[in-house]
Design a protein around this ligand. Structure first.
Ligand SMILES: [Zn+2]
Length: 134
């Protein structure tokens, strides 16, 4: 009783862990890291196929990564790609119809800002230099 368990395999595992291929394979099974999430995103895309168009902008799945972080798989309403909130960013739509990835949210914000600028600026024809004024 209370004797430390001698294990030959643990020694072996130690050496085996030096094998990078083994580690990569292990990682692939963990959806908690980026490589695993990329795999899941690809699976979602394959699984959904053409339906991805109907589901664009919707959240596919939420998962707790730890106590404070929630990971969200969703289809971006802009680029229609399967995204993950941690990898691609997420601007969540409270109505769950137009969730956007970070890049598209930024684009949309810029477009909105440009539109607002245009709307607030006095309507003016694009100033063109008069040709051959001299
Ligand atoms: Zn996007």
């Amino acid at each position: 009783m209370g004797r430390a368990r001698k294990s030959k395999t643990s020694k072996r595992d130690k050496y085996a862990s030096f094998d990078m291929a083994d580690e990569a394979e292990e990682d692939a099974d963990l959806p908690k890291d980026e490589a695993g999430r990329r795999k899941i995103k690809r699976q979602y895309a394959e699984l959904l196929g053409i339906r991805i168009e109907k589901l664009r902008g919707r959240i596919l799945n939420r998962e707790r990564i730890n106590k404070t972080i929630e990971g969200i798989y969703f289809i971006c309403g802009g680029c229609m790609k399967v995204c993950h909130s941690l990898d691609d960013g997420l601007e969540e739509d409270p109505n769950n119809v137009n969730n956007l990835c970070g890049a598209c949210a930024k684009q949309k914000a810029q477009a909105a800002a440009a539109a607002a600028r245009e709307a607030s600026a006095p309507a003016r024809a694009p100033s063109r230099k008069r040709a051959a004024a001299s």
